[in-house]
Design a protein around this ligand. Structure first.
Ligand code: FAD
Ligand code: UDP
Length: 372
């Protein structure tokens, strides 16, 4: 059989395009993933505890895009959930992003008040200040506080997570968790925040349900490409691998998850507790807080960052540094040369630290601009 499109990768990028192409254009698609499941890094499954586990780490959906929200709402109903994160600092658990409540927990009342007042003399209530910006403050109290937060929250966590300091990474990385002049303890302030009610995998199965989508799992596209007839390729895997590392390897950061089942109702207060300073791991996720289906026990994942090795583990994060961006620009030129026959999309091919909603948004846009 001849297909209109061959899609590599059944994560959000590949899956949304497969859905759009088949339902809007009535064309035929073959979608291939080397993993044994759909969903890419968003894949979830029920473990023997009856807990829905996010296999590749905690995934909290959040977006300000009404278009993305409405699109996905055609394929799932939602469990409304606002993600909250605690960080273990000086023997106490404080809300992240660091806010006025965090300040109150860590400092005596009078000192916390003094910091809060000084901050509000310099910034409006509700402002979000990236830590690297706050460190530049000329005010001695703000500078002191910025150095404190940098040392207690960002420095060691970032070294564990990336093997690099916040300054060595693009500033957008640490800006994801700014200092927030507020008492809002939610991790994100987006208008739409939720978990798919039946889980992410069920959402992907709904997106892929057209009879014009032929799904092939456990297969590397390189082993199939010569035996399948198709007009156009959509590629959502690693960009350096696609070009056989022509311009060298692009580093990705990987993770190892130590999954533990516990015979207790709950292990910790919230879905995510970060450990910036102690231990080799960065955070512990307790999945039951995302979606509680009444399981008696609970399941946690202790997350250890590690170097990516294509033979051994998964490429979870592109590593945003100036050097890596320089290499990526060379691959970008290669991608442009193939623009008529291959569409590159997604977190791995775009070598960009995208959230789920950004990938869904980019896929909808790609469909309108490059496919219709
Ligand atoms: P992927 O999901 O990586 O899918 C790419 C697919 O391509 C993979 O399944 C892979 O197996 C397949 N593939 C690659 N090469 C080949 C090949 N040669 N042959 C066949 N198949 C191939 N986002 C949020 O919005 N909120 C969160 O809370 C959140 N938490 C996250 C936590 C972690 C630990 C990580 C790593 C990411 C998180 N994200 C989160 C980001 C989210 O996972 C990504 O934005 C999203 O999964 C990207 O989708 P994608 O389709 O681009 O890539
Ligand atoms: N970060 C940190 N300490 C924390 C949380 C985050 O230093 O307790 C920094 C770290 O560099 C991390 C980045 O902020 O990689 C982005 O954090 P986020 O929670 O968005 O990471 P993700 O969930 O994508 O792994």
């Amino acid at each position: 059989m001849k297909y209109d499109f061959m899609i590599v990768g059944a994560g959000f990028a590949g899956t949304v395009l497969a859905e759009r192409i088949t339902s809007e254009l009535n064309k035929k698609v073959i979608i291939v993933d080397k993993r044994n499941h759909v969903g890419g890094n968003c894949y979830d499954y029920y473990d023997t505890n009856g807990v829905l586990v996010h296999k590749y780490g905690p995934h909290a959906f959040h977006t300000n895009s009404k278009q993305v929200w409405e699109y996905l709402s055609n394929y799932t109903s939602w469990h409304f959930y606002s993600h909250k994160v605690l960080a273990y600092v000086d023997g106490k658990k404080i809300p992240l992003p660091f806010n006025f409540n965090s300040l109150d927990i860590l400092f005596p009342k009078k000192i916390a008040e003094r910091f809060a007042n000084t901050l509000l003399e310099h910034y409006e209530f509700g402002t979000k200040i990236p830590i690297l910006k706050m460190l530049e403050s000329q005010n001695s109290d703000i500078k002191f506080l910025a150095e404190f937060i940098y040392n207690k929250v960002f420095h060691f966590y970032t070294i564990k997570q990336w093997g690099l300091t916040p300054e060595e990474l693009d500033s957008s990385v640490s800006s994801r968790v700014p200092i927030y002049l507020s008492r809002d303890d939610r991790y994100f302030q987006d208008s739409f925040q939720a978990i798919p009610k039946a889980g992410y995998t069920a959402l992907f199965n709904n997106l892929l349900s057209s009879k014009n989508i032929h799904l092939v799992l456990n297969a590397d596209y390189r082993d199939l490409i010569d035996s399948i007839e198709f007009d156009k390729l959509i590629y959502t895997g690693e960009v350096d691998a696609f070009f056989d590392y022509l311009h060298g390897s692009l580093p990705y950061r990987s993770l190892k998850f130590d999954l533990q089942q516990k015979e207790m109702e709950y292990f910790q207060e919230l879905a995510q507790v970060n450990y910036p300073n102690e231990f080799d791991f960065t955070r512990i996720t307790e999945f039951k807080h995302f979606l509680n289906r009444g399981a008696a026990g609970t399941t946690i994942a202790i997350e250890y960052p590690e170097t990516y090795n294509p033979e051994l583990n998964e490429p979870y994060y592109p590593v945003p540094t100036i050097e890596n961006q320089y290499i990526f620009e060379k691959y970008k030129k290669e991608m442009q040369k193939l623009a008529d026959s291959v569409i590159f999309l997604g977190r791995l091919a775009g070598y960009k630290y995208y959230n789920m909603d950004q990938i869904v948004g980019a896929s909808l846009e790609t469909f309108e601009k490059k496919i219709v």
